[in-house]
Design a protein around this ligand. Sequence first.
Ligand SMILES: *[C@@H]1O[C@H](CO)[C@@H](O)[C@H](O)[C@H]1NC(C)=O
Ligand SMILES: *[C@@H]1O[C@H](CO)[C@@H](O)[C@H](O)[C@H]1NC(C)=O
Ligand SMILES: *[C@@H]1O[C@H](CO)[C@@H](O)[C@H](O)[C@H]1NC(C)=O
Ligand SMILES: *[C@@H]1O[C@H](CO)[C@@H](O)[C@H](O)[C@H]1NC(C)=O
Ligand SMILES: *[C@@H]1O[C@H](CO)[C@@H](O)[C@H](O)[C@H]1NC(C)=O
Ligand SMILES: *[C@@H]1O[C@H](CO)[C@@H](O)[C@H](O)[C@H]1NC(C)=O
Ligand SMILES: *[C@@H]1O[C@H](CO)[C@@H](O)[C@H](O)[C@H]1NC(C)=O
Ligand SMILES: *[C@@H]1O[C@H](CO)[C@@H](O)[C@H](O)[C@H]1NC(C)=O
Ligand SMILES: *[C@@H]1O[C@H](CO)[C@@H](O)[C@H](O)[C@H]1NC(C)=O
Ligand SMILES: *[C@@H]1O[C@H](CO)[C@@H](O)[C@H](O)[C@H]1NC(C)=O
Ligand SMILES: *[C@@H]1O[C@H](CO)[C@@H](O)[C@H](O)[C@H]1NC(C)=O
Ligand SMILES: [Cu+2]
Length: 623
Amino acid sequence: MARHLLYAASAAAFVASAHAATVTYDMKVEWVTANPDGMQERPVIGVNGQWPPPIIRADVGDNIVVNLDNQLGNQSTSAHFHGLYQVGTPQMDGPVQVTQCDVPPGSTIKYNFTVNQPGTYWYHSHSRGQYPDGLRAPLVINDPKTPFKGKYDEEIVLSVSDWYHDQMPDLLKTFISKGNPTGAEPVPNSALWNDTQNLTVPVQPGKTYFVRLVNVAAFAAMYIWFEGHNMTIIEVDGVYHNPAETDMIYVTPAQRVGFLLTTKNDTSANFPFVASMDTGLFDSMPAGLNWNVTGWLVYDQKKELPDYTPLDDLDAFDDATLTPYDNMTILPTPAQTIKLDVIMANLGDGANYAFFNNITYKSPKVPTLYTARSAGQLATNPEVYGTYTHSFVLEKDEIVDVVINNLDKGRHPFHLHGHAFQLIYRSDEAGVYYEDSNFTAADFYPTPMRRDTVLVEANAFLIFRFKADHAGVWIMHCHIEFHMTSGLMMTFITDPLSLQNITIPDDHLDACKKAGVSTTGNAAANQLDYLNLDGQPEPPQPLPAGFTARGIVALVFSCISGILGVAVVAWYGLAEVPKDSAFRGFGGVTETDSAPAEEYRDSPVENQEVPATTGGNSGSARA
Ligand SMILES: *[C@@H]1O[C@H](CO)[C@@H](O)[C@H](O)[C@H]1NC(C)=O
Ligand SMILES: *[C@@H]1O[C@H](CO)[C@@H](O)[C@H](O)[C@H]1NC(C)=O
Ligand SMILES: *[C@@H]1O[C@H](CO)[C@@H](O)[C@H](O)[C@H]1NC(C)=O
Ligand SMILES: *[C@@H]1O[C@H](CO)[C@@H](O)[C@H](O)[C@H]1NC(C)=O
Ligand SMILES: *[C@@H]1O[C@H](CO)[C@@H](O)[C@H](O)[C@H]1NC(C)=O
Ligand SMILES: *[C@@H]1O[C@H](CO)[C@@H](O)[C@H](O)[C@H]1NC(C)=O
Ligand SMILES: *[C@@H]1O[C@H](CO)[C@@H](O)[C@H](O)[C@H]1NC(C)=O
Ligand SMILES: *[C@@H]1O[C@H](CO)[C@@H](O)[C@H](O)[C@H]1NC(C)=O
Ligand SMILES: *[C@@H]1O[C@H](CO)[C@@H](O)[C@H](O)[C@H]1NC(C)=O
Ligand SMILES: *[C@@H]1O[C@H](CO)[C@@H](O)[C@H](O)[C@H]1NC(C)=O
Ligand SMILES: *[C@@H]1O[C@H](CO)[C@@H](O)[C@H](O)[C@H]1NC(C)=O
Ligand SMILES: [Cu+2]
């Protein structure tokens, strides 16, 4: 309740003075129970005794303060404010072992930053793939000067999500294990509109609504449509775009779409709206799975809520065709082009990992921002951040092209922290990669759309361009929580020397102390010799010679019959798992105050059991 009062007070202050206000949210993070799909009650991570957690609202220019009090008792946590640029406050971005330490049970940390960007965002835990257990909610920055003023009557916030009955620590343990050598992701149990099902949204005839839609899912992208109504897209990921009308959108986890929806002039019927999970992402279709969730635009409460009409063809709007409202043209030629091949492959522990080129991300011993702060002049040398953070040091205002060359058979949504980038080129021609494509710079989109999370098609590529215009440690990762956790992440460090001038608040440093994490030193926590990375956290060793991932893919997919493959996988999965090869999490796995040292230990290599069973190329061994 306090938070509502505070918000009301600050909103009033805004009206009265038109000065920036401080909006404060006190969030006690704790376990509660919920049953959003009506199928299974389960423990979820709530805030102040409730789930879903509260929406955060502020006006452009406001100061947001979130006091995050971890009362989970048995898990660490953090909060990331997805899509916010954090200009001047990179220490408030939130990812664990990147810009802060994991906040152990019993600790509180304060996030304090100013927002100068309007739009639809969300916040979520950025600790060990934790947010699908509940700690995620919309964050809306209201724009008193919106260029679409007068174009709509009311605003509606809507979240959409997949939902699991099991908790993430258990799902991840199974996912990253030698019992799952193909890297098949857990399939959600259901889908939700606004964290429930059968959602009814009262509407009035002859009105235009500005719908702020947020996909807070762990895994599933959604096809979304409103029967009998079109959507006019005006905002994606917080950036206004020139209006584009469509009858269906595709929204990946972490993406937001703001659209205008005009209601009918009569109240003779109610209309269903549907979110349909992209089942092309799923390796299997569990019996009884309903991958759709329905809500209704209710014109007349007394009338029935009709079933939706199943569609044969899901043909969604292509966001690459959007142009930004400010008509900003393509940024100048980049200073560098970073090519990242997306690869799923097995390591010596038999589990499936995700790689950019030859690196699967592994959290460093010291949060990367704290390494930058303590490394002196060496902060500009990417080596100090360690091999497995996959770090690139950028100069301030440098323009960078990132090529995502998706060698995997699944689609992935990539998110860059701290920026909205330009999508300058995207190819959906399966099997044609960056190297083989015949595009030239003349093919780049002249007025590219801008957003912070973008879909790369299966076995295809895209290029995004951004200007590194503010200092910080900005990670780029797949927003499928399973893939991020299995290593599909890399790091940009912009203007590291100026990071040495920002202040890290005491409560952030105290969280590290309580978690037993060093706040100075290189990725190996070496404070004396920043170029000595001995002891840096490493992923499991590669497969033994002769069992390259590619070789295994060839073996499994071309030589062995499907049935034999399944049998071998089953045998392999049943083989005894040695005790200390259990999942170590990526980064800051702090189940208790004393655990962190342990999670940096490597999983043992078990050469003899790897052969022939490991499907290299990802959770894509579709039946
Ligand atoms: C939604 O409605 C369907 C059909 O009536 C029902 O089976 C399901 O349990 C409902 N879901 C919830 C969460 O109430
Ligand atoms: C959806 O949930 C948000 C809170 O996260 C709430 O503000 C909003 O009004 C809900 N939308 C509808 C249509 O009920
Ligand atoms: C933490 O506590 C919750 C709520 O009691 C419980 O459901 C969950 O299994 C526990 N998780 C871990 C990792 O201990
Ligand atoms: C938030 O940061 C601003 C700027 O550093 C500071 O003036 C303000 O006191 C801080 N607010 C809180 C609640 O700590
Ligand atoms: C939706 O837009 C399509 C063309 O973009 C148009 O043919 C159709 O009539 C529109 N439907 C509604 C309900 O406005
Ligand atoms: C509703 O009525 C207005 C005013 O008569 C008209 O301009 C508009 O096209 C109508 N809308 C629909 C969806 O029929
Ligand atoms: C989900 O929606 C799709 C598209 O309309 C439809 O083809 C499919 O049958 C639906 N699935 C279920 C389980 O209702
Ligand atoms: C951007 O271009 C569109 C169409 O090309 C035009 O309608 C609009 O006025 C322009 N917007 C600005 C802010 O210049
Ligand atoms: C990745 O490949 C590069 C270039 O071939 C090589 O220098 C580097 O050592 C490799 N890194 C790892 C972690 O294998
Ligand atoms: C690119 O051009 C070469 C030479 O004209 C041609 O052989 C190749 O098929 C083209 N590739 C694609 C992907 O179109
Ligand atoms: C850091 O702050 C000092 C003192 O204000 C200033 O002289 C220096 O230029 C700053 N360094 C960077 C890299 O911004
Ligand atoms: Cu992914």
